[in-house]
Design a protein around this ligand. Structure first.
Ligand code: NAP
Ligand code: SF4
Length: 664
C-alpha cells in the first residue's frame, strides 16, 4: 500500500476518518460577503471530494469581542445556522467530514471592543485590549459552550478550539500576556485554567459523539512564552479532559521568526510536535510547511505525529489526497509557500486564492465548460500566463499548440531555481508541463514561433513575456553593467563588490543570491531546538560571512522592500540586513564609469566602487509578433507580461491565462 501511515483510517468517537490528513483552518477573507456561505460550501465540498480526512473551517468567534474585525463571523443566529448548514451539507454530500473552529482573537482583534487577560497591547496591533473581568471570563467560557452546541446543530462533526498563535486562550497560557494575580493567572495551573474550563464547556456543548480538537501552541517563539514542560502539561491536561485531537500551532503572530513562508524548510517544526506526541496517547497532528505526501508519510512513519494538518497545500490542489491515494502524487499541484495568492491577498483586504491554482476560493466563478466550437488555438510563450491558458483551453476541447522559445516551460518562474529559498518553485512548471501533456497540448520547445507558423490557427494567444528594462544613464553600456537575468541565469559571475539598482522583488532575489550565506534555519532565526528557554528562542548565531559586499538602491524615498509581499517581505529584509547588505533609498543615479556607480544620496555625492552593477529596474513587454499576427486578421489575445509588464507578477499571470483559457 502506498503511504500506509498517511492513508490509514482513524475512528474518533462517532466519526470515521478515512486517512490522517486534516485540512487546517484558514480564513478565506470572504466570510463577511453576502455570498459567503454558498462560496464556502463550494470551496470545502471540492476539498471533501478530493479525499481529505477532516476539514477544519476558518475561525468563528464565540462572541462579539472575540471577532477579528467588527464584521467577523459568529454563529449566534438562525440565519447563521442556516448558512453553516449549507457548508456541512455540501461537505457531507461530497463524502467529507468537517469541524468548525472556534477562535477568540483576544488582543489581535482589530476593533475597539477587544479584550485580553491583561491590558497589554500586541506589538502588531495599534489597539490596546481591555483586561477581562472575572465576569467577562465566565461569560466567554459560556459563549464557547453555546457556540459548540450551535456547531453541532449546524451539522458539524465537531469543533476545533484555537489555543495557539497568540490568540486569547494562548494569551492566558503564557506569562508574556497573562499578568493576572487572580484565579486565572500566576502559576501554570492558573494560566491553564481558562483553556481547561473552555474545553469543558465545549465538550458539554458538543455531547459525547462529536470531535473536539484543540490547536495547541507547540512552541510560542516569543519572549516570555511557555516552557517546553508547560506545553506538555497543557497537552496532558487536554487529554485528561477528553480532547480527541491535538493539532499543532507554531509561533505567535507577533513572533519574529518565519513559520510558514517558503524560506522555512519543509517539516521544520515537526520536532516541536514530536515532543508533545511522545507524552500523550491521543492523536497529535503536525502542521506548517508539510506540502507533499512523501514528507507527510515520513513524519508519521517516524512517529513524530499521528496526523498531518495542511491548509495551503489543499488550496493549491483540492485533490491532493485523492491523487496520492491513486498513485499519482506527481500530479499534485504543489503549494510553494509563496503566500502571494492566499495570505498576502487576505492581508491586503482581498480574499484567499492560490497563485498556482487561481480557481481556489472562486470555484463558482471559474467554471470549466466544454468549448461551444472547438478550434485550433496557438499559444506563444510557455511562462505562467501561456501555460495556464493552454491548459484550460485544451481541457475544454480546443486543439492547442504551445510554442516556447526556451528549452523548457516556466518562463520567469525558472529563475527561482537558483535561489536557495525558492527551489520548490520549480515544482510549478513541472506540474503544468505534465498537465499540459495529459490534456493533449502539442508543445514545441526551443522554437521561436514566426507569424507564418501561426497562419493555420483559429485563435492566437501571445504570452511572449518580458525583457529586462534597459538602463538609460551615462555609462550604461559599461562592461560592469549586467541585468538580473544575466546573474540569475548564471551567464555572469558577479565580482566582490556589487551595486544593485532597483529594490523590487527581483532586486531582493538577486541580493539574496549574491550574498549566499546558506545557514541552518534554526541558527539564522534563533530557534532553540532543545527547547530549554521559554518560547523556544535562543540567540541567533553569528551570521556567516557574505560571499560579497552588496549595496541595493532605489530612487524613491521610503524603506526599500516596502512593496514586497505583506507576509514575506519582512523575512527577506531581515535576512539581507543580517548578511550586511546596505540599502539606500532616495538615490539619484549620475553615471557609471571605471570607478563604479556615481550617485547622490541625502544631498551628498558618493561612488559605489562596484565590480558589477546589476540592473533590477523592471521590465518591458515583449510583443515582437503582435503587428504581424494582427495583420492576419485573426483573433489575437495578448496576456501576461506581454500585455502589461508593469503588472508582471506570477499571481496575475496565472489568473489571466486561466481566465482566457476558460473564455476562448
Ligand atoms: P519592480 O517591483 O517594479 O521593481 C523595479 C525597481 O526598479 C523599483 O525598485 C524601481 O524603483 C526601479 N526602477 C524602475 N524603473 C527604473 C528605471 N528606469 N531606472 C532605474 N530604476 C528603475 O520590478 P521587479 O523587481 O522587476 O519585479 C517584477 C515583478 O515580479 C513584481 O510584480 C514583483 O512583485 C514580482 N516579484 C515578486 C517577488 C516576491 O518576492 N514576491 C520576487 C520577484 C519578483 P525606483 O523607481 O524607486 O528606483
Ligand atoms: Fe501555497 Fe502560494 Fe498557493 Fe498560498 S498562494 S496556497 S502559498 S502556492
Amino acid at each position: 500500500m502506498i503511504y500506509p501511515h498517511l492513508l490509514s483510517p482513524l475512528r474518533i468517537r462517532a466519526v470515521h476518518l478515512p486517512n490522517r490528513v486534516i485540512m487546517g483552518s484558514m480564513h478565506l477573507g470572504c466570510e463577511a460577503d453576502a455570498d459567503a456561505f454558498p462560496r464556502l460550501a463550494r470551496f470545502y465540498a471540492e476539498r471533501a471530494k478530493g479525499g481529505v480526512g477532516l476539514i477544519v473551517t476558518g475561525g468563528v468567534a464565540p462572541n462579539a469581542e472575540g471577532r477579528f474585525g467588527a464584521d467577523g463571523p459568529m454563529l449566534d443566529s438562525d440565519a447563521e445556522l442556516a448558512g453553516h448548514r449549507m457548508i456541512t451539507e455540501a461537505v457531507h454530500t461530497a463524502g467529507g467530514r468537517i469541524v468548525m473552529q472556534i477562535l477568540h482573537c483576544g488582543r489581535y482583534g482589530r476593533h475597539p471592543e477587544i479584550v485580553a487577560p491583561s491590558a497589554l497591547r500586541a506589538p502588531i496591533n495599534n489597539i490596546a485590549p481591555r483586561e477581562m473581568s472575572e465576569a467577562d471570563i465566565e461569560r466567554t467560557i459560556a459563549d464557547y459552550g453555546r457556540t459548540a452546541r450551535m456547531a453541532v446543530a449546524a451539522g458539524y462533526d465537531g469543533v476545533e478550539v484555537m489555543a495557539s498563535e497568540g490568540y486569547l486562550i494562548n494569551e492566558f497560557m503564557a506569562p508574556r500576556t497573562n499578568r493576572r494575580t487572580d484565579w486565572w493567572g500566576g502559576g501554570l495551573a492558573g494560566r491553564l485554567r481558562f483553556l481547561i474550563e473552555t474545553v469543558r464547556a465545549v465538550r458539554a456543548g458538543l455531547g459525547e459523539e462529536a470531535i473536539l480538537s484543540v490547536r495547541l501552541s507547540m512552541v510560542d517563539l516569543v519572549e516570555d512564552g511557555m516552557f517546553a514542560e508547560e506545553v506538555v502539561a497543557a497537552a496532558q491536561a487536554l487529554e485528561a479532559e477528553g480532547v480527541d485531537i491535538i493539532n499543532s500551532g507554531i509561533g505567535w503572530h507577533e513572533a519574529k521568526v518565519p513559520t510558514i513562508a517558503h524560506t522555512v524548510p519543509p517539516g521544520a517544526w515537526s520536532w516541536a510536535t514530536a515532543r508533545v506526541k511522545a507524552k500523550v496517547r491521543i492523536p497529535v497532528a503536525a502542521s506548517n510547511r508539510i506540502n507533499t505526501p512523501e514528507l507527510a508519510e515520513a513524519l508519521l512513519a517516524e512517529g513524530k505525529a499521528d496526523m498531518v494538518s495542511m491548509a495551503r497545500p489543499l488550496l493549491a490542489d483540492p485533490a491532493f489526497v485523492a491523487k496520492a491515494a491513486s498513485g499519482r502524487a506527481e500530479a499534485i499541484n504543489q503549494c510553494i509557500g509563496c503566500n502571494q495568492g492566499c495570505l498576502d491577498s487576505i492581508f491586503s483586504g482581498g480574499s484567499a486564492t492560490c497563485l498556482v491554482n487561481p480557481r481556489a476560493g472562486r470555484e463558482g466563478e471559474f467554471d470549466s465548460r466544454p468549448a461551444a466550437r472547438p478550434s485550433a488555438v496557438a499559444v506563444v510563450g510557455g511562462g505562467p500566463a501561456g501555460m495556464a491558458c493552454a491548459l484550460e483551453a485544451a481541457r475544454r476541447g480546443h486543439a492547442v499548440t504551445l510554442f516556447e522559445a526556451g528549452g523548457e516551460l516556466g518562463g520567469q518562474f525558472l529563475v527561482a531555481r537558483v535561489l536557495p529559498a525558492k527551489r520548490e518553485y520549480i515544482a510549478t512548471p513541472g506540474h503544468y508541463a505534465r498537465a499540459l501533456s495529459e490534456a493533449g497540448v502539442t508543445i514545441h520547445l526551443g522554437r521561436t514561433a514566426q507569424a507564418a507558423d501561426l497562419a493555420a490557427f483559429d485563435e492566437i494567444v501571445l504570452a511572449t513575456g518580458i525583457t529586462p528594462r534597459r538602463l538609460e544613464l551615462p555609462g550604461a553600456d559599461h562592461a560592469k553593467v549586467v541585468t538580473y537575468d544575466d546573474i540569475l541565469a548564471g551567464r555572469v559571475r558577479a565580482g566582490a563588490v556589487v551595486a544593485i539598482m532597483g529594490c523590487g522583488g527581483i532586486g531582493f532575489d538577486v541580493a539574496a543570491c549574491l550574498v549566499e550565506g546558506n545557514e541552518p534555519f534554526d541558527c539564522a532565526w534563533g530557534i532553540d531546538l532543545a527547547f530549554k528557554a521559554p518560547g523556544g528562542l535562543s540567540r541567533p548565531a553569528l551570521p556567516p560571512r557574505p560571499a560579497r559586499q552588496v549595496v541595493m538602491m532605489q530612487r524613491k524615498p521610503g524603506r526599500p522592500g516596502d512593496r514586497l509581499g505583506k507576509t514575506t517581505g519582512w523575512i527577506h529584509k531581515a535576512h539581507l540586513q543580517r548578511m550586511g547588505v546596505e540599502m539606500l533609498a532616495g538615490v539619484t543615479y549620475r553615471r557609471i564609469d571605471d570607478g563604479g556607480l556615481h550617485i547622490e544620496v541625502a544631498g551628498e555625492s558618493r561612488v559605489i566602487a562596484a565590480d558589477t552593477i546589476v540592473t533590477c529596474i523592471g521590465q518591458d513587454s515583449r510583443r515582437d509578433l503582435l503587428a504581424a499576427v494582427a495583420a492576419m486578421g485573426k483573433p489575437v489575445h495578448l496576456i501576461g507580461g506581454a500585455r502589461d509588464a508593469a503588472r508582471l507578477d506570477a499571481l496575475a499571470a496565472f489568473e489571466e491565462g486561466t481566465r482566457l483559457g476558460l473564455a476562448i
